[in-house]
Write a protein that binds this ligand. Structure first.
Ligand SMILES: [Mn+2]
Length: 422
């Protein structure tokens, strides 16, 4: 490609997964049902809003938009309406299949609007993208076989005059996709935004407009792409998510008391909501020991959270305080990291704690001593699953488990637990 070209812009989106609501909460509060069900739709609608408001020349759907059979008629109709909005604005849509949205799964009784072209079946063939009578670029798609990964040689080397876009859904090592005969890889399949570029070639996974599960933390959205007259590409991520998973660490120091800690959690929650820009948040708190001295208020607080009901109570307090707001913040869990190894001096104590820690130490030192946890199961019922999952398979597992056993035992035997319960 050489000389100047007609500048243009487009939006790149994938993984709408209209068949999947937001999941990952152990309890779904009444006030959140609608939000969890609607979020994937509302976020997808924002992608279309972004396309219309930014005067984009076209939209790329890079796969996994919906599994029509699982998603049902409401989702099919929703998608048709969104495509019609684009059709009314004369914006073409290029849709390459992912794993769940094969063309044959789309109900044949519901024709797609005529602005939609499906790509990726058979050999990749470059199709011209026009603005009225001016050609802006070409686009070609490919569909991968199951378990295949995206390789550069999916698309043949071509001589060309126009800006060249290729689109495919699948996992990819972006840095392996550098080419000097194409400008933009529109990739689907990863649910997080990621971009990579070398010289004039950009490879972008735009991510899902809405995260679906706790592991998908942080912003989700679509990519808006501007191509300048010199053929250079500028890619921006636009957040479209309605709900956002956050994972937040809160430290406990030696001097931290329960009321300090409660206060800090609330302050933190308030700040997160302010920063969320009108979104609702699903938060996983993790409480971290910032090096508490043994027997300090902080160490006792941590022990109470690990062994008693305190962590669950604090989580419920946060749910009551912030879960009913609009936008709201729902605390999905408050997790306390396992404690550091108990102080070495405790092992020498002439006490139940000392005795216990010496027994654990023996298990850590003598690797040939069997560690049989199944014997402590009082009622195994018909299930063979639980005893199997309790078997210790290797030395690393054994050390990790015994480390946790020592920490939990020390917490319990020092009496912090009783202190809380009474
Ligand atoms: Mn997907």
């Amino acid at each position: 490609m050489s000389g100047t070209i007609e500048p243009f812009s487009f939006v790149h989106t994938s993984d709408w997964h209209l068949e999947q609501p937001v999941a990952g909460l152990s309890v779904v509060p009444d006030a959140w049902y609608e939000r969890l069900l609607d979020a994937p739709y509302a976020a997808a609608e924002r992608v279309v809003d972004t396309t219309l408001q930014s005067n984009a020349d076209f939209l790329i759907l890079a796969g996994d938009i919906l599994q029509a059979k699982w998603a049902g008629p409401h989702a099919v109709d929703f998608l048709r309406q969104q495509l019609e909005r684009l059709a009314a604005a004369k914006i073409p849509v290029y849709w390459v299949s992912g794993r769940v949205d094969l063309p044959e799964d789309w109900p044949s009784t519901i024709p797609l609007p005529t602005n939609v072209q499906r790509l990726g079946h058979g050999e990749p063939v470059p199709r011209p993208i026009m603005r009225d009578t001016t050609p802006l670029a070409t686009i070609e798609g490919a569909t991968l076989a199951a378990n295949d990964t995206v390789r550069s040689d999916l698309f043949p080397v071509r001589e060309r005059q126009l800006y060249r876009i290729v689109t495919v859904h699948g996992s990819a090592d972006l840095s392996s996709l550098a080419r000097d005969d194409l400008e933009y890889w529109a990739l689907g399949g990863r649910h997080h935004f990621k971009k990579w570029r070398r010289h004039g070639c950009a490879a972008v996974t735009c991510g899902s407009p809405q995260s679906r599960q706790p592991a998908e933390v942080g912003p989700h959205g679509c990519a808006t792409v501007r191509v300048a007259a010199d053929g250079s590409t500028e890619v921006q991520h636009v957040a479209t998510d309605i709900l956002r998973w956050q994972s937040v660490s809160v430290e406990v120091h030696s001097a931290t008391t329960r009321s300090d800690f409660e206060h800090r959690l609330r302050e933190h929650a308030q700040r997160l909501l302010v920063e969320a820009g009108g979104r609702s948040l699903l938060v996983q708190w993790s409480v971290v020991d910032a090096g508490c001295r043994p027997d300090s208020p902080g160490a006792r607080l941590l022990a109470q959270m690990r062994c008693g009901r305190l962590a669950a109570d604090l989580c419920q307090d946060l749910q009551r305080a912030f879960g009913q707001l609009e936008p709201g913040l729902w605390s999905a869990e408050l997790d306390v990291a396992p404690s550091a190894q108990p102080a070495p001096s405790w092992q020498g104590e002439d006490s139940v704690l000392g005795e216990f820690l010496r027994a654990v130490q023996m298990g850590q030192d003598q690797l040939d001593r069997p560690l049989v946890a199944e014997q402590w199961l009082t009622d195994q019922g018909d299930s063979t699953h639980i005893p199997t999952s309790m078997r210790v398979h290797n030395a690393a597992d054994r050390q990790r488990i015994l480390h946790q056993v020592a920490a939990l035992g020390a917490d319990l035997l020092q009496g912090h637990y009783q202190e809380l319960e009474t």
